[in-house]
Ligand binder design. Sequence first.
Ligand code: NAP
Ligand code: ZN
Ligand code: ZN
Length: 349
Amino acid sequence: MPSVKAYGAAASTAPIAPLTIERRSIRPADVQVEILYCGVCHSDIHTARNEWGGSTVYPVVPGHEIIGKVKAVGSAVSRFKVGDTVGVGVMVDSCRTCENCTHHQEHHCVEGMTGTYNALERDGSGWRTYGGYSKEIVTDEKYVLQVKEKDNLMGVAPLLCAGITTYSPLRYAKVGPGMKVAVVGLGGLGHMAVKFAVAFGANVTVISTSPSKVQEAHSLGAHDFILAKNAGALQPFASSFDIVLDAISADHDYTPYLNLLRLDGKLLVVGLPEHQPKVLPFALIKNRRSIIGSMIGSIAETQEMLDFCFEKKIYAEVEKIDMAYINEAYERMIKGDIKYRFVIDLSTL
Ligand code: NAP
Ligand code: ZN
Ligand code: ZN
């Protein structure tokens, strides 16, 4: 069992600090990956600080936007060889037999997918999963992604969560030319949503609380920008969008965003604040609006998204950080002070 250097939270109130974890020994279907870069998702903060209530066993080692090089492969591995560049995203296992797993929807496994961190391995061994704030990870090849890009690996890492989480609902909603899309919350997820909606041919508006993001929103490809410090700022835009994608990390109500939707408009919810948002039924019934939730995407769709990004040269906008900067990075993310994803350089650990 390899001991691996990592960073994690010892308790929900503790900072992220150095520690050592045990990874499982490599099994026949496993790949052992040396981690080069790991993106910092707001879910890392929610989990480390137990904001969703599910972080019951510590330490929590976050990180699920992992890019690395294959260091070793098990005897039964067929898709990867030593030296390959690979990605590991938000899940590392599922039951593989339920109706969703057998229909390539393993992220919706009926038994619940196994998260890359803060989960129990499915073999009953009691091993816990630890994420990418670490030097290495050992993962079944079925849940590992192929990365054909060689040059901008830092910009690829956030695609493993922020990328697939926004690509999947926009594809599901068939976003394309002639559609008006609003993206609310221009953070890690939001900026990828803008890039994808633009690439799919939609007219895209950013709705943000940050005046400093106006210029960048346009350079990301957005056509319009609405500064919305309060719900009143949105009233002039009532019933004017086909799609609103909500990527806000903090507590908020859905009603002002539902009101933006025209006939048959859809609110695509990916943001996961700590407390439940309020929904007014009157805002929902007008214009036959619907709310659609979306959780990451399947392994097959994640590979499809990565290949789409490599073909179109779509990458995340990143700020590279040393591992030891992680607590300051969290505080800056909570203030919205990041354009648009921190990526940890694991050579600094
Ligand atoms: P992030 O980079 O921190 O961005 C969140 C953005 O939300 C901020 O940049 C800010 O945008 C906006 N925001 C923050 N506080 C706000 C407030 N009080 N009122 C209105 N807007 C506010 O976070 P992220 O990594 O993109 O994650 C966003 C959310 O998605 C998190 O809750 C995360 O857990 C969740 N998530 C869900 C999935 C899924 O599968 N559904 C996957 C990954 C993450 P502006 O500055 O533009 O206002
Ligand atoms: Zn994430
Ligand atoms: Zn399953």
